[in-house]
Design a protein around this ligand. Sequence first.
Ligand SMILES: *Cc1c(COP(=O)(O)O)cnc(C)c1O
Length: 379
Amino acid sequence: MDTSKIWLSPPHMGGKEQQYINEAFLDNWIAPLGPNVNFFEQQLEAFMGQSRFVAALSSGTAALHMALVLLGVKAGDEVLCQSFTFTASANPIVYLGASPVFIDSESESWNMCPLALEAAILARLNAGKKPAAIIAVHLYGMPYKHDEISAIAEKYDIPVMEDSAEALGSIYKNKPCGTLGDIGILSFNGNKIITTSGGGAMVVKEQAVKQHAIFLATQARDNAPHYEHSQIGYNYRMSNICAGIGCGQMEVLPQRVIQKREIHSFYTALLDNLPGVEVFKEYATHSLSNFWLTTITIDTKKSSGRTAEGLRLAFEAENIEARPLWKPLHLQPVFKNALYFGEKVAETLFNTGLCLPSGTGMTDIHKERISSVILRYFN
Ligand SMILES: *Cc1c(COP(=O)(O)O)cnc(C)c1O
């Protein structure tokens, strides 16, 4: 019997990745520049459409950091950030000497609550502190309520940083996630829907902004034969080797979205009729999730004592990885002094939810092992 580890969302190669890497070796493009970097950017630009420009960077976190720099965030500023997210969404605020102000989620998309956002803006304006930026996140691939968030952002003239690290391939009202904010960011970490092993990208509206981002990401070197610098730069460009993996992965991205959505359907059929269990689904037809991870919540009032943690442990006993939802950042020890606006939506999700194994390489045997754990736990 197969008892090998089933991971939450492992890398899934398409087959062409090594070919691009071999070409890089043959031509000695072993550097954070080269034909794979340029081609990967072209592929992403074609995929995103909307006349957007893409700069490939070393990680999603690096992209977030530089995006905040480009949006003008500086020491002493406050940045409004969704609380229900991975810590990488907020860390770059602190890198810049600014402070995060955390915002609760609403229960339909699990993302930034427009009401809590506006309450936070009004409270901070009253305190004489105009927030410098908004960081909204498409968590687990589910698009946030862009129309509502951007209406508030425009009303108070605050730029939006769109964290689309988990949502490559998701769509909001016919527009790809990543193209909705003033700046969008993507991640190609090993667990994301496609990977470059480690990597990220910034999605911007103008060619000149892309060029400036690349300039800053390559140590802000001025045009001179020697090394001349009139600004502080970063070493954040993507390696041509990593980009080679990305070029191969882009060929299978549409297929990966279909596969992630099929995994979501598999779980919906399996779980939706079990007492107290709810599979997280799209709240409107205009909002299409890539279902990077399929997630569920368990209402213990209806589940006869079964819990998300109980199910996680049942998976663990069978060498299957499931994981609690993101712990809201306002509850993290490192952010204990940060301001927070909202109720307990994110906190309740954290206490009742679970991420299920969602790897697109999942085999029928994996599915049988997963089904049998679920059926045993609920019987
Ligand atoms: C993965 C992730 C990031 C960071 O991306 P890295 O490439 O790992 O640095 C940022 N935000 C969210 C929501 C993520 O899931």
